[in-house]
Structure formats: structure tokens, C-alpha cells
Design a protein around this ligand. Structure first.
Ligand SMILES: Cc1cc2nc3c(=O)[nH]c(=O)nc-3n(C[C@H](O)[C@H](O)[C@H](O)COP(=O)(O)OP(=O)(O)OC[C@H]3O[C@@H](n4cnc5c(N)ncnc54)[C@H](O)[C@@H]3O)c2cc1C
Length: 280
């Protein structure tokens, strides 16, 4: 019978949008000034990975690609119950677009070894392309279930049953394992950190030798990636122009407790809209 499962989850550290980091003069995000956080969409992927482990058994490996501070998101994942972390960090990865990112991450996955399920977030709050998960699935020649909001494993047949969001409804799909899933934010929110997990991380942070057994930092040479296919060299995408979007200001008026027509008319008056299409 299949299982326990080798479960992988990919998480990215992103600038905290609340920290108002702004842009560099060349239009790139000023990451050095930004506070850092776990990509909010990856919290659902983490929950899906941990749920799979608890329900069906297995081991969760959490992978992140980024500069050294990205180890923070791996520590956070450990507090939630993942078993090991792998950080891909290499200066030659700077300015990687999605093609280069997916290449480097799929090489990291191959370096880590056997996998049954790979979970990704739907998208990130900085790059926001939602391309990395599907590109990794293509590179690994895996079936992919995108926009997945619920799933279960058919352990006997080594298959996955999933419900994914499509325009106007949902779709039920069955896939053979191994497979890659991008998890929608209508999936269950990430549970609280466990006391055991928080204690373990606190201990590991005081014992660097023990920490290095649980979180491995790798570079392009270790994972056997070609540096020409990473970073700026491996990125055909060119950011031609960047615009700074002004902050949305203004006050908020709430219309409530009246007939719908009156409330709609109130809102339209407040927003200075002269004409509208009535929808019953
Ligand atoms: C020309 C160009 C230059 C760029 N230069 C830089 C740069 O210098 N520095 C920089 O940080 N970004 C840079 N970016 C942004 C970078 O391409 C993207 O952030 C990156 O490729 C991931 O794409 P995304 O954020 O849209 O991820 P999405 O495709 O939206 O992410 C989907 C999911 O994939 C997984 N994932 C994505 N990225 C990672 C990761 N790094 N580690 C682990 N899992 C991940 C997560 O599960 C995530 O939820 C650049 C982009 C372009 C186009």
C-alpha cells in the first residue's frame, strides 16, 4: 500500500505590503527596506501539506528560494510542523524571472529526492504571476491541479481527488500521484503554531549544529543547476516600465438599514456616479 508520503511545499518570503517599502529608482522593489513576511497565499499550501501528513502519514519538506533572510519563512514553517527545510540561496539567482525561478526550484526538488505531492501557493503578493507552480509541474512532467480548494487521497490506488475553482463553478478531478497542486485561498486557513513546534525552533536557534541538520542551505552548484539558466542571464522577461500607483485614500461611507434601492442610490450619490445599469 502506498504511503507514507513525501510531501513538498514551496514557500516564498515577500515584502510586507504594510511596511510601505516603495521602489528603487530603477523601478525594482526596495526589498532591503521592506519588512519581510511569508507570502500569505503560501499559508494555504502549508496547511494542505500539514493536513496531508496528519491524515495520511509522511514527511513534509519545505523549500524556499531567496536571499539568506528567507530562512525565516522556513523557521516559521518548522514551528507549524514541517519536518525539514531547504533554502536555495545564491547571488547568481538575483533578478530571476519566473522561468529562471521555476528552473532553479525544480532542480532543488530533484536534489531533495523522492516526492509524491508538491504544494504551491496560488500566487505571490510581490511577483503575482501564479506561473511558478505550473512551470515546475511542466519541468517535472507532473500532472497539476491548479486553484485547488479541497482534496483527498485515494491511498489504495495512489490517486488524488480534488476540487478546483473554475469560472462560474468548480471542477472535480482525479489525478495519479505524484502531482503538483496550487492551493486556492478558499482552502482551510493555516492552523496556529504548535507549542512543540515553537519550542523546537527556539531550541534549534540556540544550537546552530542541530539547526543545520533540519534546515539545509544549498546553492546552484550543490543542486547541479546551470548558472546561465538562472538570474538575469536565464531570464528572458524584461520589465520595460514601472508605474508607482498612488495610495488609495479617502473616507468610507456605509449605507445600511434601509431599503436596497435607497442604499444603492446613497452609494451612487456619494461616488458621484450619474448613470448606472439597474440589475434586478
Ligand atoms: C525581469 C524580472 C526581474 C526580477 N528580478 C527580481 C529580483 O531581482 N529579485 C526578486 O526577488 N524577484 C525578482 N523578480 C520577481 C521574480 O521573477 C518572481 O518573484 C519569481 O519569479 C516568482 O514569481 P512570482 O512571485 O510571480 O510567483 P508566483 O508564480 O505567483 O508564485 C506561485 C507559487 O510558487 C511558489 N514560489 C514562487 N516563488 C518562490 C520562491 N522564490 N521560493 C519558493 N517558492 C516560490 C510559491 O508556492 C508561490 O505561492 C523579477 C521578475 C522579473 C520579471
Amino acid at each position: 500500500m502506498p504511503g507514507p508520503y513525501d510531501i513538498f511545499v514551496l514557500v516564498k518570503q515577500v515584502p510586507d505590503q504594510g511596511s510601505k517599502a516603495g521602489l528603487n529608482p530603477d523601478g525594482t522593489i526596495d526589498r532591503a527596506r521592506a519588512k519581510r513576511m511569508l507570502n500569505p497565499f503560501d499559508r494555504y499550501a502549508l496547511q494542505a501539506a500539514l493536513h496531508t501528513k496528519r491524515t495520511y502519514g509522511g514527511r513534509v519538506t519545505c523549500i524556499s528560494m531567496g536571499p539568506p533572510p528567507a530562512v525565516e519563512v522556513l523557521l516559521e514553517a518548522l514551528e507549524h510542523g514541517v519536518d525539514r527545510g531547504v533554502l536555495l540561496s545564491d547571488r547568481r539567482l538575483a533578478a530571476s524571472d519566473t522561468l529562471a525561478t521555476a528552473y532553479a526550484l525544480h532542480k532543488t526538488i530533484l536534489w531533495c529526492g523522492h516526492y509524491d505531492l508538491i504544494f504551491c501557493g496560488l500566487q505571490t503578493t510581490d511577483g503575482d504571476t501564479a506561473q511558478v507552480g505550473p512551470q515546475i509541474a511542466e519541468r517535472l512532467n507532473l500532472p497539476q491541479v491548479t486553484y485547488c480548494e479541497d482534496f483527498s487521497l485515494d491511498v489504495e490506488n495512489d490517486r488524488l481527488k480534488a476540487r478546483r475553482i473554475i469560472e462560474g463553478g468548480c471542477q472535480h478531478v482525479i489525478s495519479q500521484l505524484p502531482a503538483l497542486i496550487t492551493v486556492a485561498n478558499s482552502y482551510h486557513p493555516l492552523e496556529y503554531k504548535s507549542f512543540r513546534g515553537a519550542w523546537k525552533v527556539a531550541y534549534l536557534q540556540r544550537h546552530a549544529d542541530e539547526l543545520s541538520k533540519v534546515i539545509t542551505t544549498v546553492d546552484l552548484d550543490i543542486i547541479g543547476a546551470e548558472s546561465d539558466r538562472c538570474g538575469l542571464k536565464g531570464s528572458p522577461t524584461i520589465v520595460a516600465h514601472t508605474d508607482k500607483v498612488g495610495e488609495l485614500g479617502g473616507s468610507c461611507k456605509v449605507s445600511e438599514g434601509q431599503a436596497p434601492e435607497i442604499m444603492v442610490s446613497d452609494v451612487l450619490k456619494a461616488s458621484n456616479v450619474k448613470e448606472f445599469l439597474a440589475v434586478s
